[in-house]
Design a protein around this ligand. Structure first.
Ligand code: GLN
Length: 225
């Protein structure tokens, strides 16, 4: 278990959910605890009540797709994002959030205006690690662990690129309150992405600023925002 240090801690009342259907859940839970945020494992829509943000971990996006549908989590997660709460997807979580997936697959929770290609590094380079500059997180590079990772092929006009590989390919993005990385920061003792998510959660007091919010008269739960 890597040490996360205990620099700045967030209010103990802050709760951030980790989608716990499948995949690398425990590592995100550990990072949240290490920075003083209460993790909530989310398996059912009711578990989203009172969370200030949500992490969608790595794993297998096809399995997550099936379980998100089966447990009725799709619209509640979209509503959480529309209220301005931060969402953070790592690896398969990035695929879950992408508006377009290369090939025939329909999007899962289309909250991020990117196109992703699954398993983009092929069999020879199944897994690798890289030191990545992520300027918004400060000068120290991020030690990024890539495991059968996707790559971002297209970035929409409202999407900020947070990090690229040396060859220029995009591996971390942010669109307002939605962040996604093609790699796993949580596997290398990196806490800065989670701290950013917690900071965004603390600031999201102003509802209705989130991605996915559109005037839509038939959508429930957004009247009066
Ligand atoms: N290859 C997986 C997928 O396509 C993602 C792998 C991961 O999350 N580490 O869903």
């Amino acid at each position: 278990m890597p040490s996360h240090g205990d620099g700045c801690r967030f209010m103990d009342s802050m709760k951030i959910g980790v989608l716990a259907l499948q995949g690398a859940v425990a590592e995100h839970v550990a990072v949240l605890r290490a920075i003083g945020v209460e993790p909530v494992e989310v398996r059912l829509p009711a578990h989203l009540d009172g969370v200030d943000g949500l992490i969608i971990p790595g794993g297998e996006s096809t399995t997550m797709r099936r379980l998100i549908e089966r447990w009725g989590l799709r619209q509640p997660i979209i509503d959480l994002a529309a209220r301005g709460a931060p969402l953070f997807g790592t690896c398969a979580g990035m695929i879950v959030l992408a508006r377009e997936i290369v090939g025939d697959e329909a999007p899962i929770l289309p909250l991020l205006d990117i196109t992703v290609e699954r398993n983009a590094f092929g069999r020879q380079l199944d897994s690798f690690e890289a030191e990545l500059a992520v300027p918004v997180l400060g000068g120290t590079p991020v030690h990024a662990v890539f495991i059968r990772a996707p790559i971002v092929d297209r970035v929409g006009p409202d999407v900020d690129v947070m990090a690229r590989l040396e060859d220029g390919r995009v591996v971390a993005v942010r669109q307002r309150n939605v962040i996604a990385t093609a790699f796993h920061p949580e596997l290398a003792g990196e806490t800065r992405f989670h701290r950013l998510v917690a900071t965004m959660a603390a600031e999201h007091a102003d509802p209705g600023e989130g991605v996915g919010r559109r005037p839509h008269p038939t959508r429930r739960g957004q009247q009066g925002r």
